[in-house]
Design a protein around this ligand. Sequence first.
Ligand SMILES: [Zn+2]
Length: 556
Amino acid sequence: MKSINWLEDSASHAMDCLLARLDSTREFRPYFWVDFKASPPEARHSYWDTCDIAGRFVDGLALARLMTGRKDGKREEEALKKYFLAQQDDKDGLFYNPDDEQDTNTEMSKYLPEAGVLTTNRHVDLFCQRSPLLALTTLLQMGDQSMLPRLENFVRGLAAIAVKDGEEYSFPAYRWAVEMKAEWYHPVNLPEKWLGYRYALLTPLARYAEISGDVLARDLALGLSRHYLKHGDVPPDGRYRANTHSGGVLPVTAGIARLGLVFDKPELVEWARKVFDWTCQNTSEFGFLPDGLGMEGFWSGTCETCALADFVHLALVLNQTGETKYWDAIERLARNQLMENQYKDAEAVKRTFPGIAPEVLAMLLGGFECAAFPNDLFNYVGAEACCIGGGLRALYLTWRSVLETDKTSARVNMAATRSDSRVSVTAFEPWEGLVEVRVAQALDVQIRLPGFVREDQVTMTVDGVPIEVKLIDRKACFGKVKPGQKAALHYPLAESERDSTIAGNTYRTRWVGNTVVSIEPVGIRHPIYQRRQLLGQRQVARVMDATRSYPSRIYW
Ligand SMILES: [Zn+2]
């Protein structure tokens, strides 16, 4: 967080990282893994490259371009897309993990040496269907109609390998192939065992069902949801113990929440709200969402960036039900843990990994941590590429929701800088409690007050002249603002110190407004939240730039 354009700057940095992770010697196959056990660290290909990471990268790159307007990297993007689409089977539309691993168990052994999971032989891995569905749905929404037959075929393929029982659909095993292996039906280890891995594809399937009107997609998504609600990893009260992202709980829940909203199933929304509220209760104020929520061991004290994307997504879907209490949770998470999970400082990375090759350094910088401690990064044995896609999703989802517009009005939901073709929002936290709005046509403007601000503390101005403060539901209402005018909300940035207990350890955080500027104890390998020095460095605002294409459409 170095400038008021922190969301866009972060996306641009992540896009650099994503492009650096493509292997031009292997048809632009992404590198999933940067191995920290090697000294200096080395990039390695892995089981997850082909479908899961390729899908996340196609999706992430499209979202990064929306946020940054960047036009470079087209050649790499085309090659990546070609590689990604080649993984889809022409006949059944499913994405297959190829039989190219040299040793049985090479992938899973990194996590669970005793797992004994066979990942050889060409097969469908259900977790690896999720990001291809995300990518295809993103591209379709951005106007690429050639994705439609691919998606239709994909959904038919998924329905064909699912078992239908009344109104329920289920996947009897985590992997599928024409010749099933007996052990696939008797899961004893992760990821086979937890059902969330199989149903994580509900996030994009729900969105595709919503925008396409594809009846089979709707029936399949609702049928899978019914099955998960009855037999999944989460009890009816929403209080689960599982891996939040990789275990599939939050991706499943984001899909179920959307299905409830779109297809008028209030019971699904209510269930999703319970899951989200439980997740919030277990997430620190600054957005440290445990990877292994309610679990024991290493993952109970780490935070995966992909889960932050799920958290934001689920909160946004729930906000669409008319709930507005989640904006502050989204904003605090984005300003704090999301920003701090990103590797930004080349010199600091080089100090942690002396002798790191420039091309491997580029594969880290701008990427996001998959196992952050509250005060430290690089605590795991490597860096996963999933979190580059996850980080970009979290950034995009936050950025797009800062501003909502329609024909006559503009609503600013968070104190962050973001513009579209008609409205420019400039926000100055943590340097100043100030949000400015300019418009290209006359619009009713509302700005939501940050959660820490008392209603009697705010001032409203138009062109620098105070106007009467008018608040409705904690939104400052400016009425009609005309082109050339500047509406501004001013508020004091409260300073505070708070304690959070995470995985049995207590951390003291110092806050300025919604931003954590320091944490104690200080981390050891790659300390984060070293932000006090930022406060004296207010950066110049970037004004609305007519040459950039700022989408006002909501894609997710
Ligand atoms: Zn991840």
